[in-house]
Design a protein around this ligand. Structure first.
Ligand SMILES: Nc1nc2c(ncn2[C@@H]2O[C@H](COP(=O)(O)OP(=O)(O)O)[C@@H](O)[C@H]2O)c(=O)[nH]1
Ligand SMILES: [Mg+2]
Length: 296
């Protein structure tokens, strides 16, 4: 018997916890069972109380205080501690049936998704057959407002791709908070970001304006501490182009749109997740209860 789960990932503030809450509300409305696991040791408040909370095992605040670590080092310590105490997860998750969707609400520290092997180990542990055997899918959230700054958008997309390659599980990318860009970016323009390629950089309005004005990118040689000058420089632009071309050549990253306050939007992402983990294929046919007959 398999179990099913989704790992909600992405940078801090991308809307992960809000999406988890909307997902839980949506699933409950559709009479589905959820098991909500908070793995963010720095989380503070929740709309739905987690069924399992890493803060019962270890708190980031204690780690930072006792070990003298900053928030990023502290987070890594918490995850290493979790990996040494995997019973904490096994004991809570082992008895769940295939009817449940296990929702993992992840922290936002970006190093977790890019170059540290802790998450791949955790994913292997959760999905190993014969053990917990969770069929997992990753949902990587990036804020839609990033599309306003294309260099930032490609940097975010690179982190999404990095997580995708690192974790080797079915993966969907999501542009969250689309409601925030509705008035700002035209629909047709926004659509281009859903399957990003390097032409987005060439068509950047700031870039087009610069070309029209006959301005060349500034050459380096100025003060390396001057961040603004660095971001206008030609090497910064060459780096962005190379990143965009790399992403394009993998042609693996495309985005779904999400507005967590919109039930249909949440439902649509949920059906992608179900497809990824083949949730419906694994469900036992169940008999309708009397009250459900009445409603049909
Ligand atoms: N406008 C808008 N704001 C959102 C949406 N999702 C999340 N937020 C806000 O973004 C902020 C960060 O959300 P949170 O879920 O805590 O992000 P996390 O750090 O990724 O878990 C909060 O103030 C949320 O209210 C959305 O779909 N639309
Ligand atoms: Mg959160």
């Amino acid at each position: 018997m398999s179990k099913f789960g989704v790992m909600v990932m992405g940078p801090a503030g991308a809307g992960k916890s809000t999406f988890c809450a909307s997902l839980i509300t949506h699933l409950h409305l559709n009479r589905r069972s959820t098991f909500y696991v908070n793995l963010d040791p720095a989380a503070e408040t929740f709309e739905h109380t987690p069924d399992l909370d890493i803060r019962e095992l270890i708190s980031l605040e204690d780690v930072m205080e006792e070990m003298g670590l900053g928030p990023n080092g502290g987070l890594i310590y918490c995850f290493e501690f979790l990996m040494e105490n995997l019973d904490f997860l096994t004991e809570a998750l082992d008895s769940l049936t295939e009817e449940y969707l296990i929702i993992f609400d992840m922290p936002g520290q970006i190093e977790l998704y890019t170059h540290i092997p802790i998450l791949p180990s955790l994913v292997r542990f959760l999905s190993r057959s014969g053990a917990l055997d969770i069929r997992l899918c990753a949902a990587y959230l990036l804020e839609a407002t990033f599309v306003v700054d294309r260099a930032k958008f490609f940097a975010g997309t690179l982190s999404a791709m990095s997580a995708m390659i690192l974790l080797e599980i079915p993966h969907i990318n999501v542009l969250s908070k689309v409601d925030l860009v509705k008035g700002q970016v035209k629909k047709k323009e926004f659509k281009k970001f859903l399957t990003p390629d390097s032409t987005l950089l060439e068509e950047d309005p700031a870039e087009v304006a610069r070309r029209k004005a006959g301005l060349e990118p500034e050459d380096e040689g100025g003060d390396p501490q001057d961040k603004d000058a660095l971001m206008r420089g030609s090497s910064f632009r060459r780096l962005n182009t190379a990143v965009a071309q790399l992403i394009e050549s993998f042609s693996m990253v495309s985005y779904l749109k999400l507005d967590s306050s919109d039930e249909d939007s949440v439902g649509s992402i949920m059906s992608y997740i179900d497809d990824c983990i083949q949730f419906h294929e694994a469900q036992e046919p169940r008999e309708l209860r009397d009250e459900e007959y009445d409603e049909e």
